[in-house]
Design a protein around this ligand. Structure first.
Ligand SMILES: [Zn+2]
Length: 195
Protein backbone atom coordinates (compact mmCIF):
# COMPACT_ATOMS: atom_id res chain seq x y z
CA UNK A 1 0.00 0.00 0.00
CA UNK A 2 1.30 3.44 -0.90
CA UNK A 3 2.39 5.61 1.98
CA UNK A 4 1.50 9.28 1.66
CA UNK A 5 4.09 11.97 2.23
CA UNK A 6 1.54 14.22 3.87
CA UNK A 7 2.32 15.37 7.39
CA UNK A 8 0.81 13.05 9.94
CA UNK A 9 -1.85 13.90 12.49
CA UNK A 10 -1.78 12.74 16.07
CA UNK A 11 -4.71 13.30 18.40
CA UNK A 12 -3.68 13.67 22.04
CA UNK A 13 -5.35 12.78 25.35
CA UNK A 14 -7.81 15.51 26.32
CA UNK A 15 -9.23 15.74 22.79
CA UNK A 16 -12.94 14.75 22.83
CA UNK A 17 -12.39 12.71 19.65
CA UNK A 18 -10.64 10.05 21.74
CA UNK A 19 -13.77 9.71 23.88
CA UNK A 20 -16.15 8.78 21.06
CA UNK A 21 -17.26 5.37 19.82
CA UNK A 22 -16.00 4.39 16.36
CA UNK A 23 -17.93 3.00 13.42
CA UNK A 24 -17.42 -0.40 11.84
CA UNK A 25 -15.51 -0.36 8.57
CA UNK A 26 -17.40 -1.51 5.47
CA UNK A 27 -16.04 -3.39 2.47
CA UNK A 28 -14.76 -2.82 -0.12
CA UNK A 29 -12.71 -0.15 1.61
CA UNK A 30 -13.57 3.40 0.61
CA UNK A 31 -10.92 5.86 -0.52
CA UNK A 32 -11.28 7.62 2.81
CA UNK A 33 -10.60 4.40 4.74
CA UNK A 34 -7.58 3.67 2.53
CA UNK A 35 -6.33 7.15 3.29
CA UNK A 36 -6.86 6.62 7.03
CA UNK A 37 -4.78 3.42 6.88
CA UNK A 38 -2.02 5.33 5.09
CA UNK A 39 -2.21 8.06 7.73
CA UNK A 40 -1.88 5.48 10.51
CA UNK A 41 1.15 3.90 8.83
CA UNK A 42 2.73 7.28 8.19
CA UNK A 43 2.18 8.32 11.79
CA UNK A 44 3.61 5.06 13.15
CA UNK A 45 6.68 5.54 10.99
CA UNK A 46 7.35 9.00 12.35
CA UNK A 47 5.95 9.26 15.82
CA UNK A 48 8.03 8.86 18.94
CA UNK A 49 6.57 6.36 21.35
CA UNK A 50 7.81 5.69 24.84
CA UNK A 51 8.99 2.07 24.81
CA UNK A 52 12.16 1.85 22.77
CA UNK A 53 11.23 5.36 21.66
CA UNK A 54 8.91 3.91 19.02
CA UNK A 55 5.30 2.88 18.98
CA UNK A 56 4.06 -0.58 18.04
CA UNK A 57 0.52 0.32 17.02
CA UNK A 58 -1.93 3.14 16.44
CA UNK A 59 -5.72 3.29 16.12
CA UNK A 60 -7.71 5.34 13.58
CA UNK A 61 -9.20 7.72 16.22
CA UNK A 62 -5.62 8.72 17.08
CA UNK A 63 -5.30 10.18 13.58
CA UNK A 64 -8.74 11.75 13.85
CA UNK A 65 -10.95 9.14 12.12
CA UNK A 66 -13.69 7.40 14.08
CA UNK A 67 -13.23 4.01 12.41
CA UNK A 68 -12.66 0.59 13.96
CA UNK A 69 -9.25 -0.11 12.54
CA UNK A 70 -5.69 -0.05 13.77
CA UNK A 71 -2.26 -0.55 12.29
CA UNK A 72 0.54 -2.38 14.10
CA UNK A 73 4.08 -3.43 13.38
CA UNK A 74 3.75 -6.81 11.70
CA UNK A 75 4.50 -9.40 14.38
CA UNK A 76 6.45 -11.56 11.91
CA UNK A 77 9.14 -8.84 11.96
CA UNK A 78 9.09 -7.78 15.61
CA UNK A 79 12.52 -9.22 16.20
CA UNK A 80 14.00 -8.21 12.89
CA UNK A 81 16.20 -5.18 13.62
CA UNK A 82 15.87 -3.64 10.16
CA UNK A 83 12.26 -4.42 9.30
CA UNK A 84 10.71 -4.10 12.75
CA UNK A 85 9.24 -0.64 12.09
CA UNK A 86 8.91 -0.98 8.32
CA UNK A 87 6.36 -3.80 7.94
CA UNK A 88 2.85 -3.13 9.09
CA UNK A 89 -0.38 -5.04 9.46
CA UNK A 90 -3.84 -3.49 9.30
CA UNK A 91 -6.49 -4.89 11.63
CA UNK A 92 -10.11 -4.06 10.81
CA UNK A 93 -13.24 -4.39 12.97
CA UNK A 94 -11.46 -6.38 15.69
CA UNK A 95 -13.43 -7.80 18.60
CA UNK A 96 -12.58 -9.93 21.58
CA UNK A 97 -14.53 -13.17 21.37
CA UNK A 98 -12.95 -14.87 24.40
CA UNK A 99 -10.84 -13.68 27.29
CA UNK A 100 -8.94 -15.65 29.91
CA UNK A 101 -10.03 -15.37 33.54
CA UNK A 102 -6.38 -15.00 34.37
CA UNK A 103 -5.36 -11.36 34.39
CA UNK A 104 -1.97 -9.73 34.23
CA UNK A 105 -0.50 -6.33 35.00
CA UNK A 106 1.73 -4.45 32.60
CA UNK A 107 2.89 -0.91 31.99
CA UNK A 108 1.33 0.59 28.88
CA UNK A 109 2.31 3.58 26.86
CA UNK A 110 0.10 5.37 24.34
CA UNK A 111 1.36 7.67 21.58
CA UNK A 112 -1.50 10.05 22.38
CA UNK A 113 0.01 10.63 25.83
CA UNK A 114 3.61 11.79 26.18
CA UNK A 115 3.75 12.47 29.87
CA UNK A 116 2.68 9.27 31.58
CA UNK A 117 2.65 5.52 31.30
CA UNK A 118 0.02 3.49 33.12
CA UNK A 119 0.00 0.18 34.96
CA UNK A 120 -3.03 -1.64 33.57
CA UNK A 121 -4.61 -4.96 34.46
CA UNK A 122 -6.10 -6.94 31.59
CA UNK A 123 -6.97 -10.55 30.70
CA UNK A 124 -3.75 -12.38 29.95
CA UNK A 125 -4.92 -14.18 26.82
CA UNK A 126 -7.63 -13.15 24.37
CA UNK A 127 -9.10 -14.67 21.27
CA UNK A 128 -9.88 -12.00 18.72
CA UNK A 129 -11.78 -11.88 15.44
CA UNK A 130 -10.92 -9.26 12.83
CA UNK A 131 -10.85 -8.61 9.10
CA UNK A 132 -7.95 -7.97 6.76
CA UNK A 133 -7.92 -5.10 4.26
CA UNK A 134 -9.55 -7.50 1.80
CA UNK A 135 -12.37 -8.21 4.24
CA UNK A 136 -11.20 -11.76 5.02
CA UNK A 137 -12.13 -12.79 8.56
CA UNK A 138 -9.47 -14.18 10.89
CA UNK A 139 -9.51 -15.58 14.42
CA UNK A 140 -6.34 -15.24 16.42
CA UNK A 141 -5.28 -16.34 19.89
CA UNK A 142 -3.17 -13.59 21.41
CA UNK A 143 -0.64 -13.82 24.23
CA UNK A 144 1.85 -11.33 25.65
CA UNK A 145 2.36 -8.08 23.82
CA UNK A 146 -0.01 -9.03 21.01
CA UNK A 147 -2.81 -9.53 23.54
CA UNK A 148 -2.03 -6.09 25.03
CA UNK A 149 -1.99 -4.39 21.66
CA UNK A 150 -5.41 -5.77 20.66
CA UNK A 151 -6.99 -4.91 24.01
CA UNK A 152 -5.48 -1.41 24.16
CA UNK A 153 -6.51 -0.57 20.58
CA UNK A 154 -10.02 -2.05 20.88
CA UNK A 155 -10.50 0.23 23.92
CA UNK A 156 -9.78 3.22 21.66
CA UNK A 157 -12.78 2.21 19.50
CA UNK A 158 -15.04 2.47 22.53
CA UNK A 159 -13.71 5.89 23.50
CA UNK A 160 -11.70 4.39 26.36
CA UNK A 161 -8.11 5.25 27.13
CA UNK A 162 -5.54 3.57 29.35
CA UNK A 163 -6.27 6.10 32.12
CA UNK A 164 -9.65 4.43 32.61
CA UNK A 165 -8.02 1.22 33.83
CA UNK A 166 -4.82 2.52 35.38
CA UNK A 167 -3.81 1.19 38.77
CA UNK A 168 -0.73 3.40 38.88
CA UNK A 169 0.99 6.05 36.81
CA UNK A 170 4.58 6.84 36.16
CA UNK A 171 5.80 10.15 34.79
CA UNK A 172 7.82 9.57 31.62
CA UNK A 173 9.87 12.70 32.32
CA UNK A 174 11.33 11.00 35.38
CA UNK A 175 12.48 8.14 33.16
CA UNK A 176 14.13 10.20 30.48
CA UNK A 177 17.73 9.40 31.32
CA UNK A 178 19.08 5.91 30.93
CA UNK A 179 19.89 5.42 34.63
CA UNK A 180 16.35 6.18 35.80
CA UNK A 181 14.90 4.09 33.01
CA UNK A 182 17.06 1.09 33.90
CA UNK A 183 16.13 1.51 37.57
CA UNK A 184 12.44 1.54 36.68
CA UNK A 185 12.89 -1.48 34.40
CA UNK A 186 14.56 -3.45 37.16
CA UNK A 187 12.02 -2.49 39.81
CA UNK A 188 9.12 -3.36 37.48
CA UNK A 189 10.52 -6.27 35.55
CA UNK A 190 7.54 -8.47 36.38
CA UNK A 191 5.17 -5.93 34.91
CA UNK A 192 6.86 -5.04 31.69
CA UNK A 193 5.98 -7.00 28.62
CA UNK A 194 9.18 -7.32 26.67
CA UNK A 195 9.20 -7.39 22.92
ZN1 LIG B 1 -3.37 4.20 22.77
Amino acid sequence: MAVTNKPYTLIKFGDPLLRQACQRVTFPLSEETDFTIDQCINTLRHVQGFWEKRSMSIAAPQVGKLLRLFVMCDQRYWYHPKLQYKKFMTVINPEIIEASDEKCLAWEACVSENDRIALVERPKVVKVRFQSVKGVEHDLLCHGLLSRIFQHEIDHFEGKIMEDHAKKYQSTKELEDEVSFEKFRKANKDYIIEF
